[in-house]
Structure formats: C-alpha cells, structure tokens
Design a protein around this ligand. Structure first.
Ligand code: PGA
Length: 249
C-alpha cells in the first residue's frame, strides 16, 4: 500500500476546496493499494470532511498549535482538529519553518501536541538549497530528526515522515524535482537515523514537484512509501491522474 497525500496549502479558497472534495468523492480509489489524504485549509476542513466522509479518503491539517486551548490569537489546536475528524497533521512543513519562522523546538512541541490527542503526525524534514550547496544535507536531516524524535513517545498513533528537499518544492507547479536516486539516498539515511530513536516501522514519503509523470520513478525505490503532493493536488485532473497512476502499480 502506498500513500498519496495532497497538501492544498493556501492554493484553494473555501469554495474551491469544496468543489475539489466533491469531485474526489465521485471517484473511487482502491484503499488496499493507495491511502489518499487531503490537507485543506482550516476554514474548509469541516466541509471537506463531510463531503468525503463516505469515501476512503482521509483528512489532515496543515499545521496546529502546541497548546490545547486558551489565549492564543489565530491558533488552532490539535484537539480542535481531532474533534473535526482529522486523522493527520503536517508538522514542520518547510513553509512553516522558513516562511513563518518555526524552529526545531516549535516542531517538537507540535509533534507532541498531535501525539497527545491521538492523531498521526506527518513530520516534514528536508535541506535547503544552501544546505545542499554547502554539503550539509546529512547534517540538516540528522539535526531535524534528532530534535523531533529523541525521547519521543509515539503511543500507538504511529508517525509518518516526509522528506521534502526545500529547493525541490514547487511554487504553483514551477519547481525542480529531486533526482529519484538522490531522494532514495536521503530516504535510506532517514531510515537509518530514525532507527536510533524508534523501533516501529515509519512510512517515508517523498515530496517536491511530484506529478503523475514522475511519481513512479520515486515509488520504484523500496525506501519510498508514498508521496506528499502540493501543486499537482490542486486540481481534480492532475491529482486523480496521479492517484490512479499509483493505484495501477
Ligand atoms: P509541490 O509541494 O508538490 O508543489 O512541490 C510539495 C509540498 O510542499 O508538500
């Protein structure tokens, strides 16, 4: 079984999210072959969840706060997402880290908050272009993983990790995908690294300019259990085509 997770970022407004959810609801994907989840904006989560309730498609959130409730203007807690029937929460997406300034320590607190309420975090890690140019890819990945995972209690919720090289993430579809061999190398490193902290199986997703045309080149590697898709998940044609491609493996 492979994972295809669609991160809708801030690409779609409320109406557009609902239109796409309703279109997805008319498709039927083989959940033995592919686990599909969508990550709408907060505003649309409840309606998208209702639209997809009778399908095998799961719902995730793009972010959360690390405290459950209180005087935190503009924040949404993991507990609120749980009561909105989310299954997953993205934690440490590079846009949260590098656009909104989240640190490794913020990521850790969010990871714990998601686990505390019984949801499954999708922890995103990845090196920047500068890291790569300076030969610091391994350093960055190891540091992000250590800060997130050292001494963590996963309970029985499980964990998914997404390797997303920051330089490979597209801006509205314009991006430079990572060479599948390089992605495989990073996945093998991540796999070894997480064994130091955890003794459970952690699915590893690749993210960064994934489309229906290149998805199989990533999934051809055993180290890649699925994909986290941004731009190509914004439209029914490209997203469904991608899911069908994975389903036909
Ligand atoms: P992309 O985004 O597919 O548009 O590169 C991936 C992501 O940021 O999750």
């Amino acid at each position: 079984m492979k994972f295809v997770f669609g991160n809708w970022k801030m690409y779609l407004d409320f109406d557009e999210s609902l239109v796409l959810a309703n279109q997805l609801a008319t498709e039927s994907y083989n959940s033995n072959k592919v686990e599909v989840a969508v990550f709408p904006n907060y505003l649309a989560i409840t309606d998208v969840e209702m639209s997809l309730r009778d399908t095998s498609i799961r719902i995730g959130a793009q972010n959360c706060a690390w405290v459950p409730k209180g005087a935190y203007t503009g924040a949404i807690s993991a507990e609120m997402l749980r009561s909105a029937n989310c299954d997953y929460v993205l934690v440490g997406h590079s846009e949260r880290r590098y656009v909104f300034g989240e640190t490794d320590s913020d990521v850790r607190k969010k990871l714990e908050a998601v686990l505390d309420v019984g949801l499954t975090p999708v922890l995103c890690v990845g090196e920047t272009k500068k890291d790569r140019e300076e030969g610091k890819t391994e350093y960055r990945l190891k540091k992000q993983l250590m800060k997130a995972l050292d001494g963590i209690n996963l309970y029985s919720n499980g964990l998914i990790i997404a390797y997303e090289p920051v330089w490979a993430i597209s801006n509205a579809g314009v991006g430079e995908p990572c060479d599948p061999e390089d992605a495989n190398e990073a996945h093998e490193l991540i796999d070894l690294e997480i064994k130091q902290y955890l003794d459970i199986d952690v699915p590893l997703l690749y993210g960064g300019s994934v489309t229906a045309n290149n998805v199989l080149s990533y999934l051809a590697h055993d180290s890649v259990d699925g994909v986290l898709v941004g731009s190509a998940a914004r439209k029914i044609e490209t997203f469904s085509n991608l899911i069908r491609t994975v389903e036909s493996m």
